[in-house]
Design a protein around this ligand. Structure first.
Ligand SMILES: CC(C)=CCC/C(C)=C/CC/C(C)=C/CC/C(C)=C/COP(=O)(O)OP(=O)(O)O
Ligand SMILES: O=P(O)(O)OC[C@@H](O)CO
Ligand SMILES: [Mg+2]
Length: 240
């Protein structure tokens, strides 16, 4: 099955609760060369903050996806290409596996299924807000993470698996093991990518890298370097 993210090397995650860096504008954000913008964050996100970012990016030519952290922040907008809804496979609290989703579907009887996709998260940085919120079991080896990835693809039909180290640079062995465990699903990696080199290094192990905090902390020029890093990594791969 072909998915929009089959060809994505790079995703830029905009946290609607955070400011852009210095004089950066959303026009600049949309012109970094990233393949798609994902809008979301764990803490203090609201529907209004989401809408502000979606509206600011609407005029530019980059795919826009909302990544809701709970049903209350989902917005309806024609500017969105879709919704990437997390489900956390290693959450300690099942609310973050299927519970929030059940509530969403119960409350909203008119979901836009065509534009709704799931991301099978494995959360691995115990210090990250997402790990605390979901009570994730981050004490996992490469074999555990690879097994979660395979379960997500083969048993739960997920076509996007997301190894999440939000805030810290992850273990390339773990990320590589997750990708090797997948046949057709796409492996997203996010966490601590902060320059050309880190993007190139992790880009060799993941299908798609996700860059988040760097945008808010250092700005669009730094993000552009990460786009180059992952593109160079992928150009070096044997099947590129
Ligand atoms: C059913 C619906 C619509 C939503 C539920 C979605 C679920 C299960 C969310 C659980 C995991 C979660 C909160 C994901 C949000 C995406 C994410 C990991 C953002 C990164 O957050 P951080 O960078 O760690 O957070 P802050 O920057 O806010 O500290
Ligand atoms: O903010 P960083 O550490 O770049 O992480 C990106 C993303 O995976 C967060 O969900
Ligand atoms: Mg963050």
């Amino acid at each position: 099955m072909s998915t929009p993210w089959d060809d994505w090397d790079h995703v830029l995650k905009v946290d609607p609760d955070k400011e852009l860096h210095a004089d950066d504008t959303f026009e600049d954000v949309c012109a970094t060369g990233t393949d798609a913008i994902e809008i979301g964050g764990t803490l203090d996100v609201t529907a209004d903050k989401m809408r502000r970012v979606v509206d600011a990016c609407e005029a530019y030519d980059v795919p826009l996806y909302q990544e809701p952290s709970n049903p209350g922040v989902v917005i309806d907008s024609d500017a969105l290409d879709g919704y990437l809804v997390p489900t956390v496979f290693n959450a300690g609290d099942p609310f973050w596996v299927t519970g929030a989703h059940k509530e969403w579907v119960r409350i909203d009887d008119d979901l836009d299924w065509e534009r709704t996709h799931t991301e099978a998260y494995v959360v691995l940085n115990p210090e990250a807000s997402v790990a605390r919120l979901t009570d994730a079991d981050c004490d996992l080896g490469a074999d555990d993470v690879a097994a979660y990835a395979r379960v997500a693809e083969r048993m739960f039909g997920q076509d996007l698996v997301y190894v999440e180290y939000s805030g810290t640079f992850g273990d390339v062995e773990v990320v590589g093991a997750a990708r090797d465990a997948l046949d057709d699903a796409t492996l997203f990696y996010g966490g601590g990518i902060h320059d050309y080199e880190s993007a190139r290094e992790m880009g060799a192990h993941a299908d798609t890298i996700v860059v988040g905090d760097l945008l808010h902390d250092e700005g669009v020029d730094a993000v552009r370097e990460t786009v180059e890093g992952v593109r160079d990594a992928h150009a070096d791969l044997p099947d590129a």
